[in-house]
Design a protein around this ligand. Structure first.
Ligand code: SF4
Length: 229
């Protein structure tokens, strides 16, 4: 399938979602895939709110991109922050960088800074859109374009499920879409600064996330499936 056909299919999923499941939101991590979707949604004036989660540990480059996106499109991505008491509880129990030392501490940190915040952002919505692709990692091979998200109780749409990494980058270059400068330094997937590194030759795209853990556990809890839970 050509890139043009993939773009048309993704647009058709986005259009149907905004009509059939109003209100639909898009959760953006500000990664390359999410910039493709942001461009498709805003250039086509689709009634979909785009939001991101600021965990309090994001790289400076991600904040720069957030500002750049505002300048480029003349509108802002909504930013949700974690509740201070949730973060304080995790830090007092596991330490400021406790995620490196205990799996339990890592999960608790992701829960407080991401999962609980996502649950708040998805309240009263009928569908959410993500930039997940099957090709990204072992934990994402069963991603469906449209599925029922049992965990959050709403429809989940991944219009780029079948896109390759090359498709994403061809789109970004073709349409001059802003992207995170860390991608030019070997970062294929970008999350919190202390839990993300550049990937090495031959590694999967999400190998730089929680690199000290087993590949099967490298999800923060936002996109758990029966296989990866
Ligand atoms: S990715 Fe790291 S810093 Fe970010 S929420 Fe998860 S454990 Fe905490």
């Amino acid at each position: 399938m050509s890139l043009e056909q993939k773009i048309e299919e993704a647009l058709s999923v986005l259009r149907r979602a905004s009509q059939d499941f109003d209100p639909t939101v898009m959760a953006s991590s500000l990664g390359a895939e999410d910039m493709v979707l942001t461009d498709l949604i805003w250039k086509n004036d689709l009634p979909v709110e785009i939001f991101t989660l600021d965990t309090g540990r994001l790289p400076e480059a991600t904040h720069r991109l957030l500002s750049l996106v505002h300048d480029h499109y003349g509108k802002a991505i909504r930013v949700y922050f974690p509740k201070s008491e949730d973060v304080e509880q995790v830090v007092s129990q596991y330490g400021i960088n406790g995620f490196y030392h205990h799996m339990e501490g890592r999960k608790a940190c992701c829960r407080a800074r991401k999962v609980a915040v996502l649950q708040r952002a998805l309240q009263s919505r009928r569908a959410w859109i993500t930039g997940l692709r099957r090709e990204q990692s072992p934990t994402r091979q069963s991603v469906q374009t449209v599925s029922w998200d049992e965990e959050h109780g709403l429809v989940k749409l991944s219009p780029l499920a079948e896109w390759t990494r090359d498709d994403v980058w061809e789109y970004l270059r073709l349409y001059n879409v802003p992207y995170n400068a860390l991608h030019d330094q070997g970062y294929t997937s970008i999350g919190c600064a202390p839990c993300t590194r550049a990937v090495r030759e031959g590694e999967d795209e999400r190998a730089g996330r929680w690199w000290w853990e087993h590949p099967e556990s490298r999800e923060c809890g936002l996109h758990l499936t029966k296989e990866s839970a």
